[in-house]
Design a protein around this ligand. Structure first.
Ligand code: SF4
Length: 349
């Protein structure tokens, strides 16, 4: 079947497919490379910008192929320089994306699903449930949007926005590979991090990938009953089994997983909680990221005081566990996952 006369987004074509396409259009072979560069390196979103292509070819392509780039519904800029976006895809579904500049680096946090079915108690997205999973291209589009907005190269991507990446495993891996492609954005595998709420089959499949992508696990409590309440969607993947799956992952890949631990006052910052976390981590290869929960006025869950966060860091470090206190970027904007979208839908009601 030919490539022309259907409405597939041109940006989903890889180099080989573009070669087929230019052949079909009776164009010289080098046009494929030019097209690839415009699409995947220069990151343009219209054929008009492809100035080294003949006008007639640009016109022909524009007739046949859409650019389904997302539309920016909202853009918030924080005092710390981070920018949060609400991006809408062609079917009207929208997701949140965050760009976080730091010196000469630019990190992007992307969503893998619109909404989420995991129902975490501390997450605004969890309340609304799952709308649909995103395609790989829609994940990549979020990165490209931020790159365009900052006018800079993206140096790392965390799959940590809305959605559970391992509930959308294949598209997530496809997006990782597109972002990692040396002919495209060429973001190093170690700078591509997937964060799961602890979906064990996903962790096991992730361990089989040949690339050195980074794994993060949202842990938030090492006590089963607390974790069940905070993260009901992963109740069936018990801490015991999770620990085992992560140790297998470490053995297989030799890579250091990260545990995300959002500290919530009176919930997971008590003495027994801290002890349980130390037990869970001590003697294993891991890195712990402690973060004060974002303060959302409508939530009964409040951030732990910074002294508690520091004391947990001290305890973990004393037991040889590498621990960082991560600053909450964009705390003056709706940076907590799902907040921006919630606010937008409330205001449009
Ligand atoms: S924290 Fe992540 S996994 Fe949990 S409900 Fe929110 S988006 Fe889903």
């Amino acid at each position: 079947m030919g490539y022309t006369n259907h409405s597939r987004d041109i940006r989903t074509f890889d180099l080989e497919e573009l070669q087929e396409l230019v052949k079909e259009l009776g164009q010289p072979a080098f046009r494929a490379k030019q097209l690839f560069e415009w699409l995947h390196v220069k990151n343009v979103c219209s054929f008009d910008e492809m100035t080294n292509l003949p006008a007639a070819l640009r016109e022909k392509l524009a007739e046949e192929f859409p650019f389904n780039t997302p539309v920016e519904l909202v853009r918030q800029v924080s005092k710390d320089g981070s920018r949060k976006y609400l991006l809408q895809f062609s079917d009207g579904v929208s997701v949140e994306t965050v760009g976080m500049p730091n010196r000469n680096k630019l990190a992007v946090c992307i969503s893998t699903q619109a909404g989420c079915g995991m129902g975490c108690a501390f997450c605004a997205t969890g309340f609304a449930g799952l709308t649909r999973s995103l395609t790989a291209q829609e994940m990549v589009d979020q990165v490209l949007h931020v790159a365009r907005d900052f006018g800079e190269r993206v140096t790392s991507v965390v799959f940590m926005g809305q959605g559970e990446p391992f509930a959308n495993f294949d598209a997530t891996v496809q997006a990782l590979r597109i972002l990692n492609d040396p002919q495209g954005l060429a973001i190093g595998a170690r700078h591509l991090t997937v964060s799961t709420s602890g979906v064990i089959p996903g962790i096991r499949r992730f361990a089989e990938l040949p690339e050195q992508f980074t794994l993060a696990i949202s842990l938030h409590s090492a006590i089963q009953s607390t974790r069940n309440q905070l993260m009901p969607g992963v109740k069936k993947y018990t801490l015991l089994r999770l620990h085992e799956a992560i140790q297998d992952y470490v053995e297989k890949t030799g890579r250091r997983p990260t545990y995300e631990y959002a500290m919530i006052e009176g919930v997971n910052d008590t003495n027994p909680e801290m002890e349980a976390l130390v037990d869970f981590c001590a003697g294993t290869l891991c890195h712990v990221n402690l973060i004060q929960l974002n303060d959302v006025s409508t939530s009964i869950l409040k951030p732990s005081p910074i002294e508690k966060v520091e004391s947990l860091q001290k305890r973990l470090t004393m037991h040889g566990v590498e621990t960082t206190i991560r600053s909450s970027r964009g705390s003056d904007i709706d940076a907590a996952c799902g907040q921006l979208k919630q606010r937008q839908s409330a205001s449009s009601k």
